[in-house]
Design a protein around this ligand. Structure first.
Ligand SMILES: Nc1ncnc2c1ncn2[C@@H]1O[C@H](COP(=O)(O)OP(=O)(O)O)[C@@H](O)[C@H]1O
Ligand SMILES: [Mg+2]
Length: 248
């Protein structure tokens, strides 16, 4: 079983889009997939067609130890989802010791999945720390329209800290270039710079800018359900095949 956290402390870089659509592509390719939404904004829950504000129970109740994860699991045509809800934000303020281990402890007997993908919030707070403590690998979506390295170094530092103190096996193993536009010089510059500074991390497949990827969430559909012929669908399928090779 592979457990991958999709993380970047910057918002709007494509974490949720990547989590949902890589999960969908993995499922199409015959893998058993679980998505865990660790963002209190519950965007991947929403993207997968679940109204998080109507949920009575979410991953929050599991983290607090009040429910087994099986009680909140949603089966979405074979893809499984542990949904988030807005109250997840409150985890930060609960007087629980060693809070970074809540996810790992709650899911200790999880073994049924080929791939577990965790969508992280845009911060390095306790929710992300829970994801990085449980995961084996981190994929970082990188919006190639800006020079975003400063933010990324914070994530690299956080990953080092987690490795030292919480989870020896965690590694940043992949960088996903998102919202790529070949006509913009800055995009190519960011790609070159990433390859130079972080050799071997960048996936070869570039996720192009694609409006269908923006539209799909409001329909509660993955890109493969919404517009299977779009460049977004083609790119995420290509990327996922690369992931299968890399993580084999
Ligand atoms: N390749 C893409 N092309 C165009 N829009 C994209 C692409 N990837 C993501 N988006 C849009 O950009 C916004 C931020 O993406 P999202 O995945 O929610 O980022 P994050 O989870 O990192 O905050 C969303 O509106 C999303 O639909
Ligand atoms: Mg998100």
């Amino acid at each position: 079983m592979k457990i991958i956290a999709i993380s970047n402390n910057k918002g709007g870089v494509g974490k949720t889009t990547s989590t949902v659509n890589i999960a969908a592509a993995l499922q199409i390719l015959g893998k058993k997939v679980l998505v865990i939404d660790m963002d209190h904004q519950a965007q991947s829950t929403y993207h997968l067609g679940v109204q998080s504000n109507k949920l009575k129970r979410s991953i929050y109740d599991v983290l607090k130890g009040e429910l087994p994860y099986g009680d909140i699991m949603i089966d979405r045509n074979g893809m499984h989802l542990l949904p988030a809800s807005p109250d997840l934000k409150g985890l930060e303020f609960l007087p629980i010791p060693a809070k970074e281990f809540l996810l790992r402890d709650a899911l200790a007997d999880l073994d049924d999945y080929d791939y577990t993908l965790i969508d992280c919030p845009p911060s390095l707070g306790v929710l992300t720390l829970n994801a990085l403590t449980f995961a084996q690998e981190i994929y970082v979506p990188l919006q190639v329209q800006f020079l975003p390295f400063h933010g990324m170094y914070n994530l690299f530092e956080a990953a080092e800290m987690v490795k030292k103190r919480l989870n020896k096996s965690i590694e940043i193993t992949g960088i996903i270039a998102t919202m790529y536009n070949a006509n913009k010089t800055i995009n190519r510059e960011v790609l070159e710079e990433t390859k130079k500074r972080l050799p071997g991390k960048l996936f070869e497949t570039l996720i192009r800018e694609n409006v269908s990827l923006q539209e799909a969430p409001s329909w509660g559909k993955t890109i493969f359900e919404y517009k299977p012929d779009s460049s977004g669908a083609i790119d995420y399928m290509e990327l996922t095949k690369e992931i299968l090779v890399r993580s084999a």
